[in-house]
Design a protein around this ligand. Structure first.
Ligand code: NAP
Length: 258
């Protein structure tokens, strides 16, 4: 991945930040996106100094209407064509659907789904033209199940999973690969942002570093669906399809109830 350009959304913390470090370690250049400018600029300084690469940062709220056109203008002004797109920014939100703020859930849809679809659509043509490229979309193991108490979040990840599989098939002979990363619980800021502190859902969470390491390798190996927590992967692929969806919903409700 030396000298290859990667754009990573949600790079100011958690899985996205670890993916940025990994790519930098391989000698690749980066465009890092998230809202927190300070976190991005600290990471930029660290990576440029440690790995002699070029890092651009774009502090932007990707759920805003004109965000993706601003990203595209930013890239065009610097004459960068991306080799790797990592759609990773996302957040969850806990609670009964009808008691949650509709603005928060629609904002989640705008970030987890709309921005991902728009950015993929905007960057795909140049990758197809080069006949090479990698797209890594952070879905979740949540994408396999109905998610009472995080109904909208689970549904957004089901979308990312289905969308990624579908375009991976459309692109199978194009030289561009699409990977849906499906982590189980990961120790990041996600838990706090989703309002899930105090529960035991994240007790045995995997580190962001290990998740990113496995995810990056899966992307390089052009895996279409990658479940980064292995025993969970087996259960989701081979056991879950045997369980009625209503029971799955009841199971998720019990697991998440605080
Ligand atoms: N942690 C888990 O258990 C887990 C499990 C499965 C899947 N995932 C998925 O993994 C991805 C990364 O999450 P994480 O666990 O690493 O959590 P995290 O530490 O909270 O990271 C989320 C990233 O998204 C960015 N972000 C949030 N809202 C944004 C917005 N409106 N515009 C631009 N950037 C925004 C955040 O940066 P700013 O706040 O600076 O904007 C941050 O860099 C998400 O898609 C999440 O759904 C997480």
């Amino acid at each position: 991945m030396k000298n290859k350009w990667a754009l990573i959304t949600g790079a100011s913390s958690g899985i996205g930040k670890e993916l940025a470090i990994l790519h930098a370690r391989k000698g690749g250049n980066l465009v890092l996106i998230a809202r927190r400018e300070k976190a991005l600029s600290t990471l930029k300084e660290q990576l440029e100094q440690d790995f002699s690469i070029v890092v651009h940062i774009l502090p932007i709220d990707l759920s805003e209407k004109d965000a993706i056109s601003r990203v595209m203008i930013f890239l065009a002004q610097r004459e960068i064509t991306m080799d790797i797109l990592i759609n990773n920014a996302g957040f969850g939100g806990y609670g009964l659907f009808e008691e949650r703020s509709i603005e928060a859930d629609l904002n989640m849809v705008d970030l987890n789904i709309k921005a991902l679809v728009q950015l993929t659509h905007a960057l795909l043509p140049s990758m197809k033209e080069k006949k090479s490229g990698f797209i890594l979309n952070t879905a979740s193991t949540a994408g396999f199940l109905p998610g009472p108490l995080q109904a909208t979040y689970f549904a957004t990840k089901a979308f990312v999973l289905s969308f990624s599989e579908a375009i991976a098939y459309e692109l199978k002979d194009s030289g561009v690969s699409v990977t849906a990363l499906c982590p189980g619980p990961v120790k990041t800021e996600f838990e706090q942002v989703a309002g899930m502190e105090g529960g035991n859902f994240f007790e045995k969470a995997m580190s962001a570093e290990l998740t990113a390491k496995r995810a990056y390798r899966a992307m390089e190996n052009k895996k279409v669906i990658f479940i980064s927590e292995y025993p969970l992967g087996f259960a989701l692929r081979f056991v879950l399809p045997l369980i009625p969806r209503r029971w799955q919903a009841a199971m998720v409700y019990r697991l998440q109830k605080m």
